[in-house]
Design a protein around this ligand. Structure first.
Ligand SMILES: Cc1cc2nc3c(=O)[nH]c(=O)nc-3n(C[C@H](O)[C@H](O)[C@H](O)COP(=O)(O)OP(=O)(O)OC[C@H]3O[C@@H](n4cnc5c(N)ncnc54)[C@H](O)[C@@H]3O)c2cc1C
Length: 424
């Protein structure tokens, strides 16, 4: 799509979720007065997904409480919501987005914010009682299936699976979790912190089976039965498949964009096609801090990338280069993680795993790369700063409760553009 130096007259956002909402708000707050259309295939105005496995599932929040952009706000701010409308491709030559119903939305610039979908297990039948949790409709259906005295089988002990187990307990149902790894989350957080997560589940009342790979799921009129390769057979009123997510790249592929584990974007959110941007779970981002293309499925990243893309769309140079950050609420604990968990050679713990009050630091060749904490949001905030600065903190001082983490920032400078979501 030819990109003119001037401000676009129209912006279309494909997808009407977290990134779309933040982009629309940013465009208007930054004074963009042209046409803004959000095209979303769900029937709902943009809403937050984190409560789907937490407050909405345990019943402490209604669907309305998760709304990000209400239809009234959109009307008042002249944002057109095309809901229940799937986009098919971007016609870059004609500056328009083609919808599945054959209609077209004019777009001088396009933001792809199609998110991700829940990964499915092969051979799992279609049944109302088997839930792949991604959208509001899935959460509302699952909430009805979680009945006091009932039993739910959850495949996968990652963050979403654990949160569903926690919500099931809150509703009085028994969660049975089947996890393929010997230690949940060990691949990301290491065996020690993975064992901590398993312990939290078991002591909270979850029936956790590790080292169990699902081989078969079948339904009877009364129950859904999950069988594992070892021969374990577990029946429940419902089954939740929580085995990760895959980026929704169909529109990008149909539009000729470069795609590899998501839509490839630079640090400004620009795709390989001029005038087309991408943000959120669908985007594989050339992150200045990690010096490689990274795709993450985190609320904060979706917000930051959407903000940066919206600013760039209206000609304000901005970069997203902060360390990633996410949280998970489960079993009465607030867990938080920041940084890149993939390459580390040393783990340093401050606090007590037994008391569920700690922060674990992940270092690689002396450089702090990531941190994971239970009930220590403030420490994670400081760790994020240290990571952004490429700090090489003394491990003894990291472990020492009496050392203020902010003191370790001395002599640590921001790495490249990693200091924040820059741009005005
Ligand atoms: C159950 C659950 C719990 C979560 N909990 C946390 C948490 O605790 N902490 C955290 O940091 N993150 C959490 N997340 C992740 C966070 O919600 C996502 O990172 C965030 O929603 C990503 O925003 P997005 O805009 O990229 O995608 P989404 O919010 O998924 O929005 C994408 C939208 O695009 C639509 N779409 C797709 N294709 C098309 C098309 N062709 N045409 C039109 N529309 C289309 C989709 O249906 C969807 O509505 C959770 C996610 C889930 C599912």
């Amino acid at each position: 799509m030819p990109e003119k130096a001037d401000i676009p007259r129209s912006v279309a956002v494909v997808g009407a979720g977290q990134s779309a909402a933040v982009a629309a708000r940013t465009l208007r707050r930054r004074g963009f007065t042209g046409a803004v259309t959000l095209i979303g295939d769900e029937p709902y105005a943009p809403y937050q997904r984190p409560p789907l496995s937490k407050e909405i599932l345990d019943g402490s929040q209604t669907a309305d409480g998760a709304v990000l952009l209400s239809e009234d706000w959109c009307r008042d701010n002249d944002i057109v919501l095309r809901l229940g409308a799937a986009a098919r491709r971007i016609d870059t030559a004609a500056r328009a987005v083609e919808l599945a119903d054959g209609s077209r939305v004019p777009a001088d610039r396009v933001l792809l914010a199609t998110g991700a979908r829940a990964r499915r297990l092969p051979g799992v039948p279609d049944d109302e009682r088997i839930v792949h949790l991604r959208g509001m409709a899935d959460a509302l259906r699952l909430r009805e299936l979680l009945r006091p005295g009932g039993r739910v089988v959850i495949v996968g002990a990652g963050f979403v699976g654990s949160e569903v187990a926690s919500s099931a307990l809150a509703r009085g149902a028994t969660p049975v979790v089947l996890e393929q790894a010997q230690v949940p989350l060990a691949g990301v957080l290491g065996p020690r912190i993975g064992a901590f997560c398993a312990d939290v589940q078991r002591t909270s009342g979850v029936e956790l089976h590790t080292g169990e790979t699902v081989s078969h799921v079948h339904t009877t009129p009364e129950t859904v039965v999950v069988t594992t390769r070892s021969g374990l057979e577990v029946a429940g009123d419902a089954v939740v498949v929580a085995v990760g997510a895959l980026p929704n790249t169909e529109v990008a592929r149909a539009s000729g964009l470069s795609v590899s584990n998501g839509v490839l974007v630079d640090e400004h959110g620009r795709t390989s096609v001029p005038g087309v941007y991408a943000a959120g779970d669908v985007a594989c981002h050339k992150h200045p801090l990690y010096e490689r293309c990274v795709r993450v499925e985190h609320f904060d990243n979706a917000n930051k990338q959407a903000m940066v893309a919206a600013k760039n769309i209206i000609g304000r140079a901005a970069v997203h280069g902060e360390p990633h950050w996410f949280w998970s609420d489960q079993f009465g604990l607030n867990l938080q993680h920041c940084g890149d968990p993939h390459a580390w050679d040393r783990l340093v713990v401050r606090g007590s795993l037994a008391e569920r009050d700690f922060i674990a630091f992940y270092l690689s060749e002396g450089v702090l790369k990531a941190a994971f904490a239970a009930e220590r949001g403030g420490d994670v905030y400081a760790a994020k700063e240290l990571i952004a600065r490429g700090a090489r903190p003394d491990p003894d001082r990291l472990a020492d409760e009496d050392t203020d983490l902010t003191d370790l920032m001395e002599h640590a400078e921001p790495v490249g553009d990693a200091a924040g979501t820059g741009g005005n």
